[in-house]
Design a protein around this ligand. Structure first.
Ligand code: SF4
Length: 278
């Protein structure tokens, strides 16, 4: 096995700041505890709060973080743990929360760039439509380390050569709460709208659900001048889901303004067109 790309200077999982290496990078069987995985015992302190800034875990970041100087193409393979919609969210004070859906994040356990562990790869909608990737599938492919490690939640992106080498034992299983069936077209997520989802609930009971998402969030802190980066969890599922929990209101910092919290009215507004069980 080789060495993790970030150990050679390119940006890999550690560059995100959300991964905790439990062994030296120089060992051949380095493993890292990925914060999004519910069974992780060594969850990163940086992710202890799950992303939203109010946690005080040091996740507040400036967008001035330099892009990675060198990207690297890697190979990966492993068992799919979950597939979720990938989205970018732009926040500006309390009355702007814009979601754009850019593909899917595939979470795997296996090997990436010669490193064993859990990792995630961003794929396009077209790739998902052609492979119909499900949790339980064995998936191989290539991907690239990130240009903006702190902005992107997935560990790798620009996936290619994707191939399902073995299908899930029970493909097409569509259990409820969490809904573990195949993810929906991006237009469906956009049309449904979403609600904030408690970060701990996201990591635990909701992680495998096709309606769960961890978004790349840009907070416009000083309009046109500076931004803050973070990740936030959302739910696109039925409002009646018994597992749903909003969590605490989310602070939306803006220069010179205190006490700006998203307390849920945007959620109500963006899902108002849906009935309780939709
Ligand atoms: S709360 Fe949302 S993400 Fe969690 S299981 Fe229910 S529908 Fe899925």
């Amino acid at each position: 096995m080789g060495t993790a790309p970030n150990a050679r200077g390119a940006c890999g999982p550690a560059g995100r700041g959300g991964a905790t290496f439990t062994r030296s990078l120089t060992t051949s069987r380095t493993r890292w505890a990925m914060p999004w995985y519910p069974a992780t015992k060594n969850a990163s302190p940086a992710f202890a709060g799950g992303g939203p800034e109010w946690t005080g875990t040091g996740r507040k970041r400036s967008s001035s973080a330099a892009p990675c100087s060198r990207q690297e193409k890697i190979k990966f393979g492993g068992t799919v743990l979950a597939v979720q919609v990938r989205s970018d969210v732009w926040r500006y004070r309390l009355d702007n929360r814009t979601h754009s859906h850019t593909g899917y994040n595939v979470f795997l356990e296996g090997e990436a760039a010669g490193v064993e562990g859990r990792f995630s790869v961003a794929i396009s909608e077209r790739q998902q439509q052609s492979r119909r990737i499900l949790a339980g599938d064995e998936l191989v492919g290539t991907a690239w380390t990130k240009l903006h490690p702190k902005r992107e939640y997935a560990d790798y992106y620009r996936a290619g050569a994707l191939r399902v080498t073995r299908s899930a034992p029970e493909p097409g299983v569509a259990a409820r709460e969490p809904w573990t069936g195949e993810v929906e077209p991006l237009a469906t997520y956009a049309e449904r709208g979403c609600r904030m989802l408690d970060a701990r609930r996201y990591r635990s009971k909701c992680f495998r659900c096709k309606w769960a998402a961890m978004a790349n969030v840009i907070v416009e802190y000083d309009f046109g001048v500076s931004q803050r980066l973070r990740h936030e969890s959302f739910c696109y599922g039925p409002k009646s889901c018994g597992l749903y929990k909003m969590g605490r209101p989310r602070k939306v910092p803006y220069k010179g303004m205190d006490d700006l919290y998203d307390e849920g009215w945007i959620d109500e507004d963006s899902t108002a067109h849906r009935d309780w069980d939709d």
